[in-house]
Write a protein of this length. Structure first.
Length: 236
């Protein structure tokens, strides 16, 4: 979101509109192929939030990926936010689980809301242990996932019918399209073919225009090479 657009919306506050209380940002940004919010943008957003007396929340499901990409600590990256959500079951590979981080006052209120909405969980120790295990090597694991995404995108770009921009790949997510003159598959048809014939899962973008790929810790180099071979087989 452009800072000036946020500012414009906030200045439009009237008696018949909602009161601006919270600015929510996302990093990495799913709809932008895993792009990362840069620190200068976060600083400008923070200044704007203070101007309009808003708090800031980071939808940081993959914010550890963002920190690895920026080569700074998660604490440094999130210092301007009042609350941060972090997912343990995506890049970190846990079976389930997310964390909300904030002040004692905010977390106390979050716990009340969680229970009010039916989100309480009993005997969660085993799941918590999985989270602790994967937090031990998160930086090395996520950096490797980013490397895998770059390698995979580079190999895909060699297939004549595929169109993708490697310059925008910052983490473990990227999207690709078929070139306009390619008519063997529509993206949704190709996703079904890859799932049924090769066990490869692709996410379909809005309006059936692009396909999304996400690399993760369970993908060995041999699996990545096998996946590329499967792409070449179907798209020859």
């Amino acid at each position: 979101m452009k800072i000036e657009d946020i500012d414009f919306v906030c200045r439009k506050e009237k008696a018949n509109t909602a009161i601006n209380k919270l600015l929510c940002l996302e990093s990495t940004h799913t709809e932008c192929s895993g792009r990362v919010l840069k620190m200068d943008y976060i600083e400008k957003a923070s200044k704007l939030a203070r101007k309009h007396k808003m708090k800031m929340h980071l939808d940081g499901a993959r914010c550890l990926n963002a920190a690895v990409s920026l080569r700074i600590s998660p604490a440094e990256m999130t210092k301007r936010f009042h609350t941060v959500s972090v997912c343990l079951s995506k890049g970190l590979g846990c079976p389930v689980g997310s964390m909300v981080i904030g002040s004692r006052k905010d977390i106390k209120h979050a716990l009340v809301l969680r229970k009010l909405l039916g989100g309480n969980l009993r005997q969660a120790g085993i799941l918590a242990k999985a989270g602790l295990e994967n937090l031990e090597d998160w930086e090395e694991t996520l950096a490797e996932d980013h490397r895998k995404a770059q390698w995979f995108a580079n190999e895909l770009s060699k297939i004549p019918c595929i169109e993708l921009d490697q310059s925008v790949i910052e983490t473990n997510i990227f999207r690709f399209k078929f070139k306009p003159d390619f008519n063997k598959f529509q993206p949704d048809e190709f996703a079904v073919t890859m799932r049924d014939n090769h066990g490869i899962l692709l996410n379909i973008g809005h309006n059936n225009e692009a396909l999304r790929i996400v690399t993760h810790r369970d993908l060995s180099n041999s699996k990545l090479k096998s996946a590329i071979a499967s792409f070449k087989k179907e798209l020859k």
